[in-house]
Design a protein. Sequence first.
Length: 81
Amino acid sequence: ATYFLSWTWLYRVSDVVGGLKELCRQQDWDPSTTYVWMCFFVNNQRVWLLDPEPNPMGRPQRIQECIAKVGGFIVLLDQHE
């Protein structure tokens, strides 16, 4: 991945895609070569709530290790109403 994406489960897929398209446009990034990693593909926090592992302190370290392998960090925010 080129970037790690921080987002929330409340966002619609169309909002996430739209936000990423706009970011690529603003930064002049080529969408065909910009790869985004979303944490739920590897570290599904909802699963953690349902099936906690014996050592929950290992979870942040796992996420940190995964993020360190990518080139950057994107935080996707929506308007607050």
